[in-house]
Design a protein around this ligand. Sequence first.
Ligand code: SF4
Length: 251
Amino acid sequence: MSDRNAVFLQEMGLGPLWQRRDNPGAVHPAPSAGALEAATVDDGLPVAPGFDAPPAQEVARMDWAQLQASVAGCVKCGLCHGRTRTVFGVGDAKARWLFIGEGPGRNEDLQGEPFIGQAGRLLDNMLAAVGLRRDENAFIANIVKCRAVDESGRDRPPTAEEAAACMPYLERQIALIQPTILVALGKTAALSLLGLDPDTPVSRLRGKVHEFAGRPLVVTYHPAYLLRSPAEKKKAWEDLCLATATYAAAD
Ligand code: SF4
């Protein structure tokens, strides 16, 4: 464990340091040369008027630029009406690590980038603890690309229908990025990817390696939840260690 990573773990509120006994060195995934050379992607284009959403089969054939344009103009579900900007995702388009959250909140909707603000800073610290940066060797996406709000204008989780409508975009992102490992951040991401009952708690999904799109998937808590429940940060660190060991075995 380097001093730098120790600082990040401290930032996460995880001191004193904790390591897996069975794999104490597995905290530094080696970023691939291709990942470091790849272009950074940061899209949040305004809605293109008159642009309709293509069927899933068409999405499955798109290249990266076509996918970005399609998301920017998508009106496939009701979330298109309340959004300011779509949030395509951010990071290395050839990243070996793909982190998947729920959907954009208020700030993300305004700026067109996922995980802004306090939760975003915590996620960045979690990434740094395992040698990752969102603008270098990781990609961050969401289950839905548009902000979901309730009748009072407060953020809410997307419905199963909204998640299903948006899923072809995420599936195509995964097919184009070809990450080695997926990490689901929170309940909505985990349940949407695994197709599980909405009552399934995240705690039941942690500590094991799942599969999505033929790739290993590790489930951990959403950074916003960790901010509300700091005692759970140690469990998030355990999840990152599991993800790192899984990555090392798979890459
Ligand atoms: S959430 Fe996804 S499917 Fe719904 S309008 Fe936005 S981009 Fe389209």
